[in-house]
Write a protein that binds this ligand. Sequence first.
Ligand code: DSN
Length: 429
Amino acid sequence: MTPLHTTDPDIAEFLESELERERQVLEMIPSENIVSRAVLEALGSVLTNKYSEGYPTKRYYGGNQFIDEVETLARERAKALFSAEHANVQPYSGSPANLAVYFALVKPGDTVMGMSLAHGGHLTHGHKVSITGTYYNAVQYPVGDDGFIDYDVVRALALEHKPKLIFCGATAYPRIFDFEKFRAIADEVNAYLVADMAHVAGLIAGGVHPKPFPHADVMTTTTHKTLRGPRGAMILCKREDRLHDIHHAGSKHDLATLIDRAIFPGLQGGPHNHQTAAIATTLKEAAEPTFKTYAENIVKNAKALAESLLNEGMTLVSGGTDNHLILMNLRPQNVNGAVIETALDDAHITVNKNSIPNDPAPPMKPSGIRIGSPTLTTRGFTEDDMRVVGQLIAQIIKAPNDVSVRESVKAKVAELTSAHPIYPNLSYL
Ligand code: DSN
């Protein structure tokens, strides 16, 4: 039982450096978070030692009595939290989870529809370089000129192309999804409705974003974003395949079985049991009343940040936010997102460059940045703190090459991070 810092001091050093980096920066990438000590413990556990291909009580390996308990608990907690009839907690991450849904529900060459990556969607919603845009006939819907989903446009595209599967969900969309409207469109063309809620799963769990069920057939989500768990994913679904006679006539499987079989043996081998345990712990934390407060604060903080940026003269896609993220249009400042990402990084504020809808600039030098509130909210930042953060970000945007501005922002960041410390007793050395 030699400790890491003795066995592999190089890696221990890198872990310590990353821990220090996380302590010192304002981490504002909206898809990131800071997990609890309990989640870290479950993730770093002996469960990584075990093979358990299959599902609880139906495994291809012996010795799975405790793994079965862990996975069953994770599934039950997921179902309860998201009002789902069935849960699969084995997807390694979000992209395989989405791929399994395609594999379960449609055939190569079938028409599918999702939000365009360039308008805030995800690669796996049918982008042309993704397997999902290569093996399937993927139709992509945009957002309207106001930055909001235009449900009339989504409907018109659906009626024109008749997709068998419609994805809703996004990675850079600051507004609420209307599942009822999506379902009405899906019903008109007999399509399955899949809600990829990776970004807002924690907001759904905390009651500050509508739930996809009962409108969606399937919900996918990663577990490491607003839900504040380990890297991983889940697929939640209805049990019944309501379109069985139209799309799966002859199959003896219900929807839940189609999904389970798509994950294993369709796409994956042995589940990552340490990840499953950490997901179970995450779901327990997310069911606590304190998590509801956390989710409310994520949205309040994002709104306070948006307000502060607007006061500084910044331009936000859709004019603001209803959730945990802000998509800023930097074109009026005549600077690209890559330059600002680097300048903010140097000032210890971490964001990511991002395309804006109808962006004339290329993806590596896009016209926007994406900023989120989940991590700072975990650290205990208040709305007042977020207003200060908005001013700091604006100072950098207004003078990206000014070294003295950068140094003064960095000093203010150090004050804010010391006022809201993380992992006080953790060390890898
Ligand atoms: N890469 C994730 C994000 O940052 O939004 C989406 O998968």
